[in-house]
Structures are given as structure tokens and as C-alpha cells.
Design a protein around this ligand. Structure first.
Ligand code: ADP
Ligand code: MG
Length: 378
């Protein structure tokens, strides 16, 4: 996945958008969506959906594939990007695109700008897209054998990140201001500065150390643990103040392994300061010293049971992704997935109606700014 092809945003029409949304919704239940089903879900007044789909395949926003039991369409990564970016430009959150500034573990980061040319940061979550055959850490994602799951996982990760960032920002934590999100994309303020890992010296390491430990404690008192509090996710702004980023893996202090995650965050900071700045001290926060004064974890439904980066079992179930954990490691790669669940070709009237409604709802939602209360109250 390289550069974003943003030129496409200009010449595709609202009908194209509707057809892509129809395929996206169809992918909730099917690995491949037959053209006839796309046509009835998209519900275009003038028909002509097949021609549109052919064009969308040419632009590689859709692919047409042969399945075991029938052929059909599938949304590509680029197609999913297009849907999110188009929605964000329609909402006038984004007006122009800049460069890629980062490739994180599970994201691509770009600079973008709003209509007033204010620089912003766009984070595209990318979960479960690649086959990490030998990476044990990634196994959880591949437990979901549905090939479409990257789409939902990336979306859940972005949704959670936005909710956490919003809750943290409202409480005055030094995090980028969250602006909006759509599908797997989060838009936030661009931090002027760089990650701590690029910093070779600071004027007062002891002071920065204290500031970071205070942040860990303040988070803990709100009921949350960052869970990945390291030099890649701590940025220093132009004044040398820390800004914390990257939240999808945050957990509740009620998590059974909370103390372990808390201690690990603390240890990350201690070891980095020793290694990079030669700074060592016996003063560091302990989990038992936390004094809870906020219920942020329950407010944003922080994962309290299963620590999966940005993913909740309940949410997955709600979205119809079963947790079929397989012990057979070698069969967990996307390219070996079959379309075993999609054997039917006659669609129930109910399903078509339901998907059609979801397309309408989704398109309406894409036209207005996100209401955070809605996502957190689910
Ligand atoms: P990942 O979850 O993939 O680790 P991060 O959110 O940590 O993604 O972002 C990856 C990198 O992108 C960061 O280390 C940082 O350099 C850059 N970055 C992320 N968010 C911002 C931001 N708001 N402003 C400036 N740079 C950012
Ligand atoms: Mg990161």
C-alpha cells in the first residue's frame, strides 16, 4: 500500500459512492457479493449498476473474483480508503492531501489540511491486512477467518482511537485534538515536533521523566492504562512538552492484567531514559498507589477482559464476526480463507431490505460530522 490515489476522489460520482457502500455493506455477510445483490442493495434509481461496477474494478476500488461456489465483487483496500476519504472531504473536514509522514505498526500516517489550510494528521488504521505468518502477536486478528475482517477490525480500531482521544482531550491530557473519524480513518491535529525516539538530548531529563510518570499516574487515576507508552508514541512539541499518541490498545485499570501493563509502561520510560539520557532514579509510580478519581474506562468501554489491540469481543460479535479461534497456525492466513460461509445465491427479501437500509443510513452518516456520544453509548 503506497501513496493514496486522491485524484480518484475528484472524478467519482455519488452513484459510485453508493455502489461501493453497497459492496461494503454486503461484505458484512458475504465474502463475495454477486452483482445482482449489489444492484438491489445499492437501489439506484436508473440502474446501470453493472457498468459502474466495471468502472470501479478498472480503478481497482473493487475486484471481481471467482469463489468456490459463485463469483462476486469485493471491496479493495483502496476502495475502503476511498469511501472514508470521500466522506471526510464531503464533510469538509479535509480539503487537501499532503505526504505520508509515518508508517506505524498498524497504520499509515499522512499530513492533510482543512479548507483554511490548517495542517492536520490523518491516520489510516490497517489491521489484519497482511499475512503475518510468523508473527505470533498478530495471531488474534487471523483468528477471524473471514477475509473481510480487516475492514471491521480497522474500523473498530479507528473508532476506539477517536473515542479515547476525545475523552483524553476533554480531560486536558496532552493529546492531539481529535477532529473527526470515518471508517478506518482518524483526523486529528498535527503535532509540530517529533517522536521522542528521534530526540538525542533534552535540557532537563529529570523534569521530562517526572512529567511522563505524572501522565501515567493521571491516566491510571482516570481508570486507564495507555498500554504502549514508549518513545514512538510520545512526541515532543516545539516547546519540548510531551504529547501522547496512539490509543487503540488502551485498557481499563480493572483489566485482570492491568498491573502488568501499568508496570510495563513505567518500565518503558525508565529504560529509555537510562539508555538515551543516562538518567536513573528510584522514584517511579506503582500500580497500588493509584487513586481512582474518574470513570473514563467505563465511559469509553475500555477493554477490560480481552486485550486485543483496539478490538472488543462484544463489538466483534455485534458486527457478526464470530471468534472462531483456530489452533491450526498455518491456516490462519488471509490467502487461505475460503468462502465457506457464503454458499447461498438466493437472498432473503429481509436481508436485502436490511442491507439496503444500512446503505441509506451509512450514506446519511457520511454526510454529517460524527457524534461521539453515539459511538460511546453503544
Ligand atoms: P501506530 O498505531 O501504527 O503505531 P501511531 O499513532 O503511533 O501509529 O503513529 C505512527 C507515527 O506517526 C508516530 O510515531 C508519529 O511519528 C507519527 N504521528 C502520529 N500521529 C501524529 C500526529 N498527530 N502528528 C504528527 N505526527 C504523528
Ligand atoms: Mg505507535
Amino acid at each position: 500500500m503506497g501513496k493514496l490515489d486522491v485524484a480518484i476522489l475528484r472524478y467519482l460520482t455519488s452513484e459510485d459512492f453508493r455502489v461501493l457502500t453497497a459492496v461494503e455493506m454486503g461484505m458484512k455477510n458475504h465474502e463475495l457479493i454477486p452483482g445482482s445483490l449489489v444492484a438491489s442493495i445499492a437501489n439506484l434509481r436508473h440502474g446501470g449498476v453493472h457498468k459502474l461496477m466495471k468502472e470501479l474494478c478498472k480503478h481497482r476500488l473493487l475486484t471481481y473474483e471467482r469463489g468456490k461456489h459463485y463469483d462476486g465483487y469485493r471491496l479493495t483496500n483502496a476502495g475502503y480508503d476511498y469511501l472514508a476519504l470521500k466522506a471526510l472531504t464531503n464533510r469538509k473536514v479535509i480539503a487537501s492531501f499532503g505526504n505520508q509522514i509515518g508508517v506505524g505498526k498498524e497504520s499509515n500516517i499522512y499530513t492533510v489540511a482543512d479548507e483554511d489550510r490548517n495542517p492536520l494528521c490523518l491516520k489510516l488504521h490497517r489491521l489484519g491486512r497482511t499475512c503475518f505468518r510468523n508473527v505470533k502477536d498478530k495471531r488474534d486478528y487471523h483468528a477471524h477467518r473471514n477475509r473481510a475482517s480487516w475492514l471491521y477490525l480497522s474500523r473498530i480500531s479507528a473508532t476506539k482511537e477517536f473515542a479515547y482521544m476525545k475523552a483524553l482531550h476533554e480531560r486536558g491530557f496532552p493529546v492531539p485534538r481529535p477532529i473527526d473519524f470515518n471508517r478506518h480513518c482518524v483526523v486529528m491535529d498535527l503535532v509540530q515536533g517529533g517522536p521522542l525516539t528521534h530526540v538525542t538530548s533534552v535540557p532537563d531529563p529529570g523534569r521530562l521523566y517526572d512529567e511522563l510518570m505524572d501522565l501515567i499516574v493521571r491516566l491510571g487515576n482516570c481508570g486507564v492504562i495507555h498500554g504502549d507508552f514508549n518513545e514512538f508514541n510520545i512526541m515532543l512539541d516545539e516547546e519540548g512538552r510531551p504529547i501522547i499518541i496512539d490509543f487503540p490498545q488502551m485498557v481499563s485499570t480493572n483489566h485482570p492484567n492491568a498491573e502488568l501493563y501499568f508496570d510495563r509502561d513505567v518500565k518503558c520510560v525508565r529504560e529509555f531514559f537510562k539508555k538515551r539520557f543516562g538518567y536513573e532514579t528510584d522514584t517511579y509510580p506503582k500500580f497500588e498507589d493509584l487513586e481512582r478519581d474518574d470513570e473514563m474506562d467505563t465511559e469509553i468501554a475500555c477493554s477490560g477482559y480481552k486485550r486485543t489491540r483496539g478490538v472488543d469481543d462484544e463489538l466483534l460479535q455485534e458486527m457478526g464476526i464470530g471468534l472462531q479461534v483456530s489452533n491450526d497456525e498455518d491456516s490462519q492466513c488471509d490467502d487461505e480463507v475460503t468462502d465457506e460461509v457464503n454458499t447461498k445465491t438466493n437472498y432473503e427479501e429481509d436481508e436485502v431490505t436490511a442491507l439496503r437500509n444500512e446503505v441509506e443510513k451509512s450514506i446519511m452518516n457520511d454526510e454529517r460530522k460524527t457524534n461521539v456520544e453515539e459511538i460511546t453509548s453503544k
